[in-house]
Design a protein. Structure first.
Length: 265
């Protein structure tokens, strides 16, 4: 274990012998850190927080702090972070609340750039990219392989489907379906197409992407009401898993509705 002499580590914290801790970092009681993780200078990690293996936490990050929720009164809630995440400077990730899930969860292989914020009770999947200043309100769910542009802000309780791409400076107040490109602010939020590049990079076959594109026309570019469009797309393409997943997401219960407005750029 390599711990700088100026770092402050609570005796009750549990660090794997291979963990590296930089100057003036603070690791508090209730923190567990897995093998190969590096914690940069001046980072603060509060507990209860469990951090997996091979994570790189850069200087001045604030990890596992109490939720920004007026109803929180010191209850024993948690933050769970998986493996191989890159967490850059000044990122803040907060624990859950008893009125929510009780835990904030960050998966594996994510890149969380400088000044990003992940609020209480959020679920962040795997291989997510959050560009500088992207912000998740409380209880937000972000699927695998999502790409959030710089300064994107996502409203509390919203969902962002897997493999979607949200353009920089967007303000998200509805659920964003999986596999799409979205941009805009609140009432002006619109979908501009399928995230074909992201899907190809994730290894999806061209045939499946093309089938999804055909279903996309049925769902987003017709005058049918949403329920009718979803049923028609499922009837037309029942054997394409991408289509099935898209329709399941859009039919799931939601608080604020699902973005459907289409506006090709």
């Amino acid at each position: 274990m390599t711990i700088h002499s100026t770092a402050i580590i609570d005796p009750a914290a549990e660090l794997d012998p291979s963990v590296i801790v930089g100057p003036y970092a603070v690791i508090e009681q209730g923190v567990v850190v897995g093998a190969g993780t590096e914690i940069g200078a001046h980072a603060v990690i509060s507990g209860p927080t469990v951090i997996g293996q091979r994570n790189r936490i850069h200087p001045f990050a604030s990890i596992g702090g109490p939720p920004q929720d007026l109803k929180y009164h010191g209850e024993d809630t948690r933050l769970l972070i998986g493996d191989d995440n890159l967490i850059r400077e000044y990122v803040s990730i907060h624990r859950g609340t008893v009125n929510g899930r009780g835990v904030t969860t960050v998966g594996n292989g994510n890149m969380i750039m400088a000044y990003c914020h992940i609020a209480h009770d959020c679920i962040v999947g795997n291989q997510v990219i959050m560009a500088n200043g992207a912000t998740l309100g409380g209880h937000v769910s972000v699927g695998d392989h999502v790409n959030l542009g710089g300064m994107v802000a996502i409203h509390q309780f919203s969902r962002v489907g897997a493999h979607s791409y949200i353009g920089g400076m967007s303000g998200i107040s509805k659920d964003v379906p999986p596999f799409v490109i979205a941009t805009g602010i609140r009432d002006h939020l619109r979908i501009t197409g399928i995230n074909k590049i992201g899907l190809r990079r994730s290894g999806y076959a061209a045939e499946d992407i093309n089938t999804l594109a055909r279903a996309f026309v049925t769902i987003f570019r017709t005058e049918l009401v949403l329920s009718e469009a979803l049923d028609l797309a499922l009837a037309e393409f029942p054997d394409c898993q991408l289509v099935v997943d898209l329709i399941a997401f859009m039919k799931a219960p939601n608080r604020f509705g699902v973005v459907r407005k289409f506006d090709a750029e």
